[in-house]
Write a protein that binds this ligand. Structure first.
Ligand SMILES: [Zn+2]
Length: 391
């Protein structure tokens, strides 16, 4: 009795090994996927020198927006690289790294662990002389199991439903004490680190959850669920105090945020702005690094070549430095027009953030996302009032 059971268990185990071998071609999906992750960040992934940081004003990056589509591996199910719209992101807010985390090998081992006890129990029921009851045949064979995709297999295109959602997007700039003699603008744009900490505590105690812009877009375009009280934190300009004063306070609370950087300023190593190392560290900790243009010059009333230079230049720089493609632009000084929107959309950005005050967004107007300005004088109570406003 025991012998056939053992024999069968071994046979099944071997079958499992066989199917593991049979599954090998599938399991190459893992390297393929990770290859995709590496490939998508930089189509020029050999790190060919990116457009030089010095404003030599190459009038137009050699790459057209559509050219990047060709770099996506043809056989991978998610099209992060070329899709104009997102696969929904996971909590960290980065669709690229998030997709790579779960591996396809898990279900196989899980199945093997499952299958053997099932065989044992099936055979333990005494059927004298009939060691292989039909139930064994019904046991799952791992091969035809659909490969679970790490990202939900949702359409990367909008599902056609026009959605409206109220998600406040806070807009911060400096998180520091303004230097002596700072002008009124600098003071207005500066939130003291202790005030910022109080903001975060108030947000958290009121039950808000920080989400990423990727989460918002996944909701608007595909109906992906959001937490009950979502809030998005954004920081414009990429000041160094964001790294020194905002980042640690966010991280110690498990909160995420989006930082819109001015790529030429970082390239020029301006001391008051982030370095790329800082940006990489923040990104690795779950923060999003997105585009605020190359040099903070207005994007309004500009011709197509100039807009392409801004859109693709900042995109390619961030992609080169961080290995992840930005999908969002915050219009410098809040300036934009229809050409701005058209060019950034054609460069495969997913959405644009304005300085128009409000918290309600529409899926058919993703390039005019509204925000809630946070000032140096904004108290935690005032912040909560702004967050609750229906606007
Ligand atoms: Zn700005």
């Amino acid at each position: 009795m025991l012998v056939p059971v053992l024999f069968l268990a071994i046979a099944l185990l071997m079958a499992g090994c066989g199917s593991r071998a049979a599954a090998m071609p599938r399991s190459t999906a893992t390297p393929a996927r990770s290859a995709q992750v590496q490939a998508t960040p930089s189509p020029t992934s050999t790190r060919t020198p990116r457009p030089s940081a010095t404003p030599t004003r190459t009038p137009r990056p050699t790459q057209t927006p559509t050219a990047t589509a060709a770099t996506a591996p043809a056989d991978t199910p998610t099209h992060v690289a070329d899709s104009p719209l997102p696969t929904p992101s996971l909590a960290a807010g980065s669709p690229l790294t998030a997709t790579a985390s779960t591996t396809a090998t898990l279900p196989l081992t899980a199945l093997l662990q499952l299958a053997v006890p099932q065989v044992a129990t099936a055979l333990a029921s005494p059927v004298p002389g009939h060691p292989t009851p039909p139930t064994v045949v019904l046991l799952p064979t791992p091969t035809p199991t659909p490969l679970p995709s790490p990202t939900p297999p949702m359409e990367p295109t909008p599902d056609g439903v026009v959605r409206t959602v109220r998600v406040p997007i806070l807009m911060y700039h400096y998180i520091s004490v303004p230097p002596p003699g700072a002008d009124i603008y600098r003071q207005d744009l500066s939130v003291k680190p202790e005030d910022f900490a109080a903001h975060l505590d108030a947000i958290q105690e009121a039950g808000y959850t920080t989400i990423s812009l990727y989460d918002l877009i996944a909701h608007l375009t595909q109906g992906a669920p959001l937490p009950e009280k979502p809030v998005i934190l954004t920081f414009d300009d990429g000041y160094r105090d964001n790294y020194e004063n905002a980042f640690p306070r966010l991280r110690e609370r498990g909160m995420i945020a989006t930082f819109f950087v001015v790529t030429d300023f970082i390239d020029e190593q301006r001391p008051e702005y982030l370095t790329w190392d800082m940006a990489r560290e923040m990104y690795a900790a779950g923060m999003s690094i997105e585009s605020h243009g190359r040099n903070h010059i207005s994007l309004k009333g500009k011709d197509d070549d100039y807009l392409v230079w801004q859109a693709l230049g900042s995109l390619e720089t961030i992609e080169y430095e961080l290995g992840v493609r930005p999908r969002f632009v915050s219009y410098p000084a809040g300036d934009y027009d229809q050409r701005t929107i058209d060019i950034f959309r054609s460069a495969n950005y997913w959405a644009g953030l304005t300085t128009i005050q409000g918290a309600t967004h529409r899926s058919d107007n993703l390039f005019e996302l509204r925000r809630v300005r946070v000032r140096g004088t904004t108290t935690p109570q005032e912040l909560l009032r702004l967050l609750a406003l229906d606007w």
